[in-house]
Ligand binder design. Sequence first.
Ligand code: ADP
Ligand code: MG
Length: 313
Amino acid sequence: MKKSIKVLGEFGFIEDIRKRIKKSRDVLIGIGDDCAVLKTRNSSEVELLTVDSVVEGIHFVKGTDEVLVGRKALARSLSDIAAMGGVPKYAILAMGISSQTKISTAHRFLDGFLKMADDYKVHLVGGDVSRSPHFFASVTVVGYAKRGRALLRRGARAGDYIYVSGSLGGSILGKHLKFIPRIKEGKWLAESGIPTAMIDVSDGLLGDLRHVIEESRVGAQLVEKAIPVSKSARFLSLRDGRSPLIHALKDGEDYELLFTTGRKDLAWRRKFQERFGVSVSCIGRIIHEPFKIYIEDENGMVREIKEKSFTHF
Ligand code: ADP
Ligand code: MG
C-alpha cells in the first residue's frame, strides 16, 4: 500500500518541495520564511510575496459570519508581511464557492475582505473564482521592505532574548477571526534594527519557535512564568481541563510577533509599548544546542519540550 502524506507531515512535504527547487539570483529568500524576499529594480527595496488560505471546516466552521471570514482571509497574509517587518501593497484573491452559495453570503465575505484591505491600504488587483464543494479563499499579498531590513526566521543567535507581543492561547474563542495583523509593530521593529529574527505565531508558540530555531540552527530555553497567557487560554482551560500554559504554548492563530534580539537595554520595549499599546514579554533565551527547546518551571526545574504545535497532517 502506498504511504499517505501523513507520514511526511505538513512540514516534511514542504521540505520535499524545497529540495526540488533550483536557486535563482533574484530570489533572496525562497521557501522557508513567512514571505519570499525578492530583488526589485529599486536597489533600496525588496519585494515580499506570501499566500495563505482559509478553508471551511479547517480555518472556520460553517455558519461563521462571512464578514469575519473575509477579514481573516486577508489578515492571515498581512500577518506574514508583518512578520518580515514589511508593508503590504497588493492582493490577489482566489475563491472556491459552491453553486448553492447565496449572492449575499459571497458579498458579505467581500465586505470583510475589502474593509480589511482599505484599513491597510492594500489594493485587490486580481484573483480567480472556481466552483468548490467547500468554501475556500486563497490570498496572495505583495509587500515591500527596506533592503537589508526584512526580518528573517534564520537570524537568531545563541544568547539572544526571545520576545513575544500580546498574549497567547485560546484564539479559537474569537481572536482567530478578529486578530489585528501587527504591521505597524513589525515595521517599527524592522526599521529599529532591534530583532535578529522574527516570525508570526500562526501555528502556536512552540511550533513557530521551532521554525525559528531550525532556520537559525540554534535552540531555545523558555521561562514558564514569563509566557503571556491570555484570558481566553484561562477560560478555555476551565472548559477543557488542559492547563492555560499548554494553551499558550500550543494553540495556533494568535498572529502575534515572536522575535529574538541581542539587546540588553529595555528602553526600546517601553517605547514599543507606549507607541502601540501592545505588551511585549521576554519569554526566554536562545541557546547553542541546535533544535532543542527547554522550559524552566516555577521551581527552577528545566525540562525538554518535544511536543509540537498545530500541523495540517
Ligand atoms: P506561514 O505559517 O508563515 O504561512 P507555512 O508554515 O505555511 O508559513 O509555510 C512554511 C514555508 O513553506 C513558507 O516559506 C511557505 O511559503 C512554504 N510553503 C508552504 N507550502 C508550500 C507549497 N505548497 N509550495 C511551496 N512552498 C510552500
Ligand atoms: Mg507566518
